[in-house]
Write a protein of this length. Sequence first.
Length: 120
Amino acid sequence: MHTELLESENGELVEVKKGVPTVIKIEKVEFPPNSICVMLARMRHALGAVLEISRYVEKVRWADQVIFLPICDGVVKKGDLLGVVNVIYIKTVKKSKILHILAMDVDELIKSKDWPFLFQ
């Protein structure tokens, strides 16, 4: 897992109005394959929060804009930190393997010689 910062890239100031979602360009951020992106709710701009990173980040693996929801009127300047994203690496597993693990008794699961490496 690692963290990416979402910073405003606009050359000019972006005026935002309370309650009006606004698209803001950010510095291009690339995400590795086999990962998911989760916004950190506590790390946000003073004027509001990022609602969504580019709609297709899971397909294109990069983002260059966000949808920002202001909680008060103000101006977002170039270089302002809009939010922080945790990038979590994932591994695909066969459905049969997951069903086998879910069917196991918890005590049996913990005693397994493969614990906690059941997904490898």
